[in-house]
Design a protein around this ligand. Structure first.
Ligand code: ADP
Ligand code: MG
Length: 249
């Protein structure tokens, strides 16, 4: 673990939010997620710490489609110029914006009732949130989950309900797929968990929102289609978009 990651995790220990780091769950391109033992004061047993990698250690996904019309980026012309010309300062700004966005989206969507992890704390490059799993490991991701056709049907209905709740709160996830949905099969009536939100877009301002919504629906549905679930994804998306536009959601 590099010293910056350790510093970020120690910060949560100092704040009496966690007592120890148990194991790394997964190290992705942009962040590493750790399973932590929660401090009893939090009321949780485990918590997940997502620590974003330092800019020099990570590959940045091309996020131009997500950032269109994001106003906060343009408040400061010096920041904007640094961002646009790709300087190290600009990249650092961009990076902090990305972490802050995940925190903002998590809190807003959690408040809206979407099945996302309960947010606990953001400190610098790290986010502490509800952990889906236990000391043995995280819950399976949808792409690894082994669901009967009936459970798959139920999971798809829950995912559609969550997509609708997100849009009701004016959000499109933007990277929804079987790799960003976890399945907690201990409670089949409530088994879907949606994660990984930095790129979510505000449908009121982002001109790509409709296309991202359709891509989210179709990418996720492909997994269900292979398991015998039937649906009309274009019809579902068109109806949802129409109702959102008319403020009928
Ligand atoms: N709240 C959580 N509880 C348990 N595991 C999580 C949680 N959030 C993320 N993970 C695990 O960490 C992995 C990476 O998290 P994610 O937010 O998708 O970041 P990224 O894909 O950008 O690396 C997920 O695939 C999942 O295995
Ligand atoms: Mg992910």
């Amino acid at each position: 673990m590099d010293s910056e990651t350790k510093e970020a995790l120690d910060g949560f220990i100092d704040l009496s939010l966690i007592t120890e780091v148990l194991y790394p769950v997964k190290s992705g391109k942009e962040a590493t997620v750790f399973a932590c033992r929660a401090h009893p004061g939090t009321g949780a047993e485990f918590l997940a710490a997502k620590v974003y990698k330092h800019i020099r250690d990570r590959s940045f996904r091309n996020d131009a489609v997500y950032q269109e019309n994001r106003t906060q980026m343009y408040h400061n012309t010096r920041v904007r110029r640094a961002y646009e010309n790709g300087s190290e300062f600009g990249l650092e700004v961009h990076f902090m914006l990305w972490v802050g966005q995940e925190w903002e989206h998590l809190t807003k969507l959690h408040r809206a009732g979407v099945y996302v992890p309960t947010p606990v704390k953001q400190a610098g490059r790290a986010i502490l949130m509800e952990f889906y799993g236990d000391e043995h490991g995280p819950c399976p991701m949808l792409h690894q989950a082994d669901l009967t056709r009936q459970l798959a049907q139920d999971a798809w209905q829950l995912i559609k309900a969550n997509i609708e709740m997100m849009l009701q709160a004016n959000f499109v996830h933007g990277d929804l797929s079987p790799y960003n949905i976890m399945i907690d099969a201990t409670d089949p009536g409530d088994m879907v968990r949606i994660i990984d939100l930095p790129q979510a877009v505000d449908a009121r301002f982002n001109p790509n929102a409709h296309d991202l919504l359709l891509r989210d629906v179709e990418t996720t549905f492909r997994w269900f289609e292979k398991r015998g679930v039937r649906d009309n994804t274009k019809g579902f998306t068109a109806d949802l978009w129409r109702r959102w536009k008319r403020a009928e959601l």
